[in-house]
Write a protein that binds this ligand. Sequence first.
Ligand code: NAD
Ligand code: MG
Length: 333
Amino acid sequence: MKVYYEQDASLEKLKEKKIAVLGYGSQGHAHALNLNESGMDVCVGLRKESQSWQKAEEAGLTVYTISEAVQKSNVIMVLVPDQTQKEVYEAEIAPNLKDGDTLAFGHGFNIHYKSIVPPENINVMMIAPKSPGHLVRRTFQQGNGVPCLIAVHQDPSGDTLELALAWAKGIGGTKAGVIETNFKNETETDLFGEQAVLCGGSAELIKAGFEVLTEAGYPPELAYFECMHEMKLIVDLYYEGGLTRMNYSVSDTAEYGGMTRGSRLINQETKNEMKKILTEVQDGSFAKEFIEDNDAGQKRLNELREINKNHPIEKVGSELRKMMSWAIKANEK
Ligand code: NAD
Ligand code: MG
């Protein structure tokens, strides 16, 4: 698999274009600010009533309504939430697209599941940072970047890959490595990863460990440090040097205990359930369920948010983290 680095990408193609970044949330602010500082001609598109309007202007960016931003630009990056992209596309993007414009996404969801079908005369590309937006920004400010996936879905102009690479370079991605993929693979692996491992799997593992310890009578503060706080320290070791570095750094006791006990938890049964989760991603039933919940006013999402917010680990955690603001601040630097 080809990985692109700094010398493989040029900003020139993108420099000639007028760029709009729609949305100024986690990813939007990072893409807009990084590209601006890379010397690109960027504006931001937002709803008139958006809280972010003033924030983006204060950061030195030009802000228009979404319709105006699309009209004024020829490369348009859609960074509003996945579940609202279809509505925004139909009302404000599609009517303002011009022949040869390029539509860009930070995640393949709406193109892959066909809730957005751009006309044939429009280039369609993706630049998906493998990272939360705030790290896309922070690593760039530190002179680095995060790994990105890029993909081209439609290419009537013939140079969309170059443009995607330029974008990835402009936000810092080629410092870390950029991999070319397609919308299907990015979307399906991204959804599976966040459901089974990153967000779903890790959160449930942490909560279950905390519950087992506190139900057995151990103090919640101890359980919090053990099951949530230390998770970051372990994950940092994976990040630096994989399983080997983690096992090298922990004690032999932890290494032996982990290797003999972990596989009793994450076993064939767990993998079978992971395969079901992957099937729901592949056949579109997860996407359908998520969009239906959104159309019902995010009923289930809000119920689940409420349950999580009230979990005892959140109460004890918020108290303990107040005493550790130094640690959180140091990590942001
Ligand atoms: P976000 O929720 O942080 O920000 C969304 C922005 O869109 C905000 O500025 C908000 O004001 C605006 N917005 C919300 N509803 C809107 C509407 N109805 N009309 C117009 N504007 C609206 O979103 P995000 O997490 O940055 O996600 C944006 C895209 O980036 C998604 O496709 C997501 O899958 C992708 N992505 C996100 C991350 C991440 O770390 N959050 C990582 C990789 C890819
Ligand atoms: Mg992801």
